[in-house]
Design a protein around this ligand. Sequence first.
Ligand SMILES: Nc1ncnc2c1ncn2[C@@H]1O[C@H](COP(=O)(O)OP(=O)(O)OP(=O)(O)O)[C@@H](O)[C@H]1O
Ligand SMILES: [Mg+2]
Length: 303
Amino acid sequence: MASKSVTFDNIKKIFRDPQSGQDVAAVAGVSFRLEPGELVTLLGPSGCGKSTILRMLSGFEQPTSGKIMIGDNDVTNTPPNKRDTAMVFQSYGLFPHMNVAENVGYGLKLRKIPQNEIDTKVQKFLEMVGLGQMGKRPPSRLSGGQQQRVALARSLIVEPSVLLLDEPLSNLDALLREQMRVEIRRLQKSLGITAMYVTHDRVEAMSLSDRIIVMKLGHIIQIGTPSDIYRDPVDTFVAGFVGKVAFFPCEVKGLSPLRDGRNPSRLATKRWSWPDLSRFLSVNRERVLKTELLRRISISATA
Ligand SMILES: Nc1ncnc2c1ncn2[C@@H]1O[C@H](COP(=O)(O)OP(=O)(O)OP(=O)(O)O)[C@@H](O)[C@H]1O
Ligand SMILES: [Mg+2]
């Protein structure tokens, strides 16, 4: 499976609200790049534009402006069936009148692959998701987790360049979610497939992503590794969204010199400008964010 990069170049999507007749920017001009073989998660509250980004990448939604590339190809105007992407949905979307094996082999059948080749490959992918014995069952006789494995196998078997997953685990119970996210990560890594994952569950995002894109109201607020985002959030929205934090409004009165003689204000301005820092010092439940700074500044609480 040849992994490909994905590039969004200043993508906007404007919808017209059918009731008010007003234009709403579901995606307000976003740019990012997924490296080949990378799993990147879109994380953000309901309505921030996550699914719209996935739908534009799969081709089911057309951007209002901007450019989408998969590898070296500009796919902005390419129809969904020519894009080489596959999508896994929250609702599984299995065909009820087909058994498990027929569901998994469906994409190969569309591509007119000979039936004996389909059978061999279906068995291989069913075994890959731990359902080697289940080929003959109707989907209705599987658990939610098993149905989602079938959906995953059905998407992977066509060897897409990019796998898209829109809240695939939301219908599962907590334990199964944990198992499935380990499973998804294992398959994605072993196949080396580029993947874009959507969730509003921060624990899920932190545990399976190479990088996370945090969104709010159609904008990207921060892009980084889970550890970057957790330890070094750019603002209070990200800090509050990815960690259990308490905010203490305060004013920075001054900085004491660092032991090694460096100017402490350089640390303070690395990420935040001086007045912003005064407004934002957050204390994480497990660890004090910005411990370096907190040890060296004298603050006075304003509330
Ligand atoms: N077809 C549409 N027509 C009008 N507005 C739309 C349409 N599709 C989405 N929107 C609006 O665009 C915004 C982004 O929607 P989107 O489905 O991308 O959000 P999301 O981040 O996936 O949310 P959730 O976590 O609830 O799934 C929302 O305000 C939504 O109401
Ligand atoms: Mg959504």
